[in-house]
Design a protein around this ligand. Structure first.
Ligand code: GDP
Ligand code: MG
Length: 436
């Protein structure tokens, strides 16, 4: 029982605050996760340093440990950095002109089709697709096939090799056909070059799009940064589209791009099918990049269960030295409400070294609870009433021994003293010193 009780108390007390030492291993693990997800080392390090700085000294609520809370803080900061909420397209133009830019093979043409499909089926728009890639005959054909598939007309000129003229003609065509959205697909090169940049700049200046979207293959990882910056310097685009997120890629590019260009990611592309398009949600992306989504939901559950009011009430009781076995039982029940202990712990991926020591078995509280249940309400409020004969009664009622009852009583009185001490000015000073 002693062992179980120690574990239970350990859990009840949480581990105080986030300190440099107790989250060091977790910070390292988070940094490794970011680098694995293709975030550049420098960005990963700067980011974790900054988040750690912010987190130091934060109080950890009971039933969590600093490492778990740290992962959650990292997650939220990551989501915040990637834009907080998702950002919608500006569709206020009449017609709304959308220009699609990016390197060859990044997924521009596929995305153009998906976007047209999305605007048609989800937003009730009447889009026109424009084939602006004049260099590869196959590119025009590709867009036509997609257009047919989704029932959206495609404007193309097979003889004309001037994308600026084609775009202008397309705008005219759009007016005639009452199209309220015009999506212009463009040609890309394999790498950034002057000619491509000049061409897209001219198209951009001529059609004055309401939305210019930069499409980038999430698998290009680090290179994506330079490309994103080069295109932004020329086009000052409104949003980023991350494609090919259906593979293993963890999408660290999303974070790295955000740190070099301050532009929202608006959609993610997750397959070759026309339906494989999702609005970008920073929080989900943070889950994916960190690969620790389960810890995050664990903490969220714990935080939901943690009742701010209850905590204040308990603090008062502790201060007045009236924390009793009823309060103790409530605490245990609160922890248990979060779910099965083994399940909860099992949600921690790989349970990195730092998280291993919190292993708790479901029976940790059983003996303790049984003993408390066998006490009368009066005994719970005034443990000093419990004399030898009462101890005997409690032991037999709870299927434990007098010795175990004694142990719990002793532990409880020590805990009371400690709580009282921690509330005192001296105790607080000591806790602060330990935190630093
Ligand atoms: P563009 O040169 O920028 O127009 O790129 P494309 O749209 O032609 O796409 C290049 C290749 O990537 C094609 O084979 C597409 O089918 C494929 N592709 C595009 N988007 C995705 C995606 O989200 N997931 C996957 N798996 N493949 C994609
Ligand atoms: Mg294309």
């Amino acid at each position: 029982l002693q062992d179980k009780l120690d574990k239970a108390l350990h859990t009840l007390k949480g581990k105080g605050q986030i300190t440099e030492i107790n989250v060091a291993e977790t910070i390292k693990e988070v940094r490794r996760a970011l680098v694995d997800a293709d975030v550049s080392y420098k960005v990963a390090k700067d980011f974790t340093d900054k988040v750690k700085e912010k987190a130091l000294g934060q109080n950890v609520i009971t039933s969590l440990n600093p490492n778990q809370l740290m992962v959650k803080i990292v997650h939220d900061e990551l989501a915040e950095l990637m834009g907080g909420d998702s950002e919608e397209l500006n569709l206020s133009g009449n017609p709304t002109i959308i220009l699609i830019a990016g390197l060859q093979g990044s997924g521009k043409t596929t995305f153009s089709g998906k976007l047209a499909n999305y605007l048609k089926t989800k937003k009730g728009k009447n889009p026109l697709l424009v084939a602006g890639d004049v260099y590869r005959p196959a590119a025009i054909e590709q867009l036509k096939v997609l257009g047919e598939q989704i029932g959206v007309p495609v404007y193309a000129e097979t003889e004309n090799k001037n994308p600026v003229q084609i775009a202008q003609n397309a705008l005219q065509k759009g007016k005639e056909g009452n199209h309220n959205v015009i999506i212009i697909d463009t040609a890309g090169r394999l790498a950034i070059d002057e000619a491509m940049m000049n061409e897209i700049r001219q198209v951009h200046q001529t059609v004055k799009p309401h939305e210019t979207l930069f499409v980038v293959d999430s698998m290009t990882g680090q290179d994506a940064v330079n490309t994103a910056k080069a295109f932004n310097d020329v086009l000052d685009y409104n949003g980023v589209i991350l494609t090919k997120l259906d593979g293993d890629t963890r999408g660290g590019a999303a974070l790295t791009i955000r740190t070099v260009v301050d532009k929202p990611i608006k959609f993610i592309s997750t397959g070759e099918k026309m339906e494989a398009l999702d609005i970008f949600y920073p929080s989900r992306m943070a889950d994916r990049i960190l690969g620790m989504g389960d810890v995050v939901s664990l903490v969220e559950r714990a935080q939901e269960q943690f009742d701010e009011e209850e905590a204040k009430r308990l603090q008062k009781k502790i201060a007045k030295n009236t924390f009793d076995f009823d309060d103790f039982l409530k605490q245990i029940q609160q922890i248990k409400r979060m779910g099965n202990m083994k399940d909860l712990m099992g949600m921690i991926p790989g349970a990195g070294k730092a998280l291993k020591d919190i292993e708790i078995d479901d029976n940790a509280f059983k003996g303790v609870e049984a003993i408390i249940h066998s006490m009368t309400p009066k005994e719970r409020q005034n443990p000093q009433l419990i004399d030898a004969s009462r101890k005997k009664r409690i032991a037999s009622g709870s299927g434990t021994s007098v010795q175990e009852v004694n142990q719990l009583l002793k532990q409880f009185s020590e805990m009371g003293k400690m709580m009282k001490f921690m509330q005192s000015p001296g105790g607080r000073q000591m806790m602060q010193a330990m935190g630093k």
